[in-house]
Design a protein around this ligand. Sequence first.
Ligand code: GLN
Ligand code: ZN
Length: 769
Amino acid sequence: MTAKSAAAAARATVYGYPRQGAGRELKKAIEGYWKGRVTAEALKETATELRRSTWQRLAAAGVHEVPTGDFSYYDHVLDTSVMVGAVPRRHRSAVDADALDGYFAMARGTQDVAPLEMTKWFDTNYHYLVPELGPDTVFSADSTKQVAELKEALALGLAARPVLVGPVTYLLLAKPAPGVAADFEPLTLLDRLLPVYASVLADLRAAGAEWVQLDEPALVQDRTAADLNAAERAYRDLGALTDRPKLLVASYFDRLGDALPVLAKAPIDGLALDFTDAAAANLDALAAVGGLPGKRLVAGVVNGRNIWINDLEKSLATLGTLLGLADRVDVAASCSLLHVPIDAAAERDIDPQILRWLAFAQQKTGEIVTLAKGLAQGTDTIAAELAANRADLASRAGSAITHDPAVRARAAAVTDADGRRSQPYTERATAQRAHLGLPLLPTTTIGSFPQTTELRAARADLRAGRIDTAGYEQRIENEIREVISFQEKTGIDVLVHGEPERNDMVQYFAEQLTGYLATQHGWVQSYGTRYVRPPVLAGDISRPEPMTVRWTSYANALTERPVKGMLTGPVTMLAWSFVRDDQPLGDTARQVALALRDEVNDLEEAGTSVIQVDEPALRETLPLRSADRPAYLDWATESFRLTTSGVRPDTQIHTHMCYAEFGDIVQAIDDLDADVISLEAARSHMQVARELAEHGYPREAGPGVYDIHSPRVPSADEAAALLRKGLEAIPAERLWVNPDCGLKTRGWPETRASLENLVAAARTVRGEL
Ligand code: GLN
Ligand code: ZN
């Protein structure tokens, strides 16, 4: 190979594209189908049309090889389960009766049958359906979907490459099926799974696939020698097949580490690697193994999961280095474009200058094509694009939006002391006890009360101009009055205002902070037909005015009992937004923390004695590689403490997280130095209480005694039993009584009944102390 011939062969490609369509047609069609308003035929037609328009859009932009099979009615991991015949026993009859309905039954459950569990796809906000496997699992190949979609693309005259979840990642993402021993390792099924992949590959080859992509992102996580061994075996066996297409194994989201030499040596035909900042180590690692002589390298130089324009010259430099390392170097996004919105050009409300800094799927495709052209035909052929890119990057770097001197000076002046409460916990606890006068086992909720249709209608009416701000605020105040009066009547000790004014716990704050942008059409798939519109942390962050004080104070004035102020923490603000890529995450977190700190201090000033700062995302943002975790937890916990440390010792700081397993971050939770933490615990029978106790967690905690994820009302006896369990781990002086999470998704009838039972349980158990 020569660098010159590798360059001349350069092509543009992507691994996947947003599925929903520019007008979210797919969501509408699927939800219509569920409601019986859209026929299966019509749904399939919509899907076919969406795939066609996506491929044609890609081809028109200059992409040489389009992906197929990445489309999904719900989730591509679920599609893989169907492809390998891993349908759980409880769903089999539904699938046999009707493939499409059975598919949705696996995804969403039915009246009688539970769905597959859903969990986050690596460290993204996309969720996949977890395969359920066991020693009895019998795989069987069903290549129908993959073959059909490949044929559709080929029929359009396009070069197409099917994209599949690789066998190793598929097994590593699976869990033991219900009834199977918890220590069963799905990876032990590899030898049974490989023939199924071989059969699918043969079918794809027969249908005209020259290349097939196998995605193995699980190999960017910490892996054991056994895992790596499995990867080696998998690709040795698949590579040895005679009747197969060329194999491209893809990884993304982080560096491959020890898996890189394994894949580089495997008898496959190409590797696709992430070369964005998060995985920059891949470059040296690839050189260290001597590159990929005779093979195809697909270089993910355009960030596929954030929305900023690429630094084209920097990418060209990376690509230039890579040219000497493979037979052919193609250009791609670092991962599927599934994780970004479709088209920045659809945004009408964003300042045109800022809009030029943004690249959604459509713009990223253009960047990939430009880079491939520059590589293949010389950079003078893309001189105009490079000049425009340079100007846009300079405009971003020099903008007053990204560089607010006041924000920067304040962040630079932060000292260690700013992130420490003025007194240690034990002294604060005494002061808070005296100040708040709460009973043992105090009762509270997590913040939100049901978001009723009336509340949503009020927001829609305001947006549409049917009511004015005063009319809207009137409705919010009415709701707060009702929520406060209900809590007083029920006998809850620490009240909340119910968060009726919040559309979303991140967006609400993003809309009020300077430096944050909202998009109009920036929808990204979270799971199934659920799409979210993450706000954009675009510039330096400041808080022009208090954001919540008005509502909390209004609630406070209605009651003698303490009302808890309610904020979203800095880590969660970052995790559920698109973040800046032009400064370290920790710097952005610090700016957000300082803005929130002002809010915390203003709440205290306005007479709020209890303030909760929610950090449900603390754990999900944990880096994929354990080596990167200490640095993350450092800035994450520091930003929380910076948010909450400006208050008096007798002001009580709460935090909340929504997961039941957190053994790996219990030290970080301790490092937050919050006075009280509430956590999800009802389903795991207070497991978190035991974990906190084992760790020696010294502060107060409220492991949830009411599972808010279903409309089911827990009885007072049930809640009392959970409380007694909690007391085995946490002493009465430090135990709180609360639900697992906020009540916004619940209806009023079950909320009322459940909270009455929760208070009754607290009273019963207090009587036993
Ligand atoms: N305070 C928020 C609520 O109650 C917390 C939500 C969350 O933990 N995700 O809705
Ligand atoms: Zn929660």
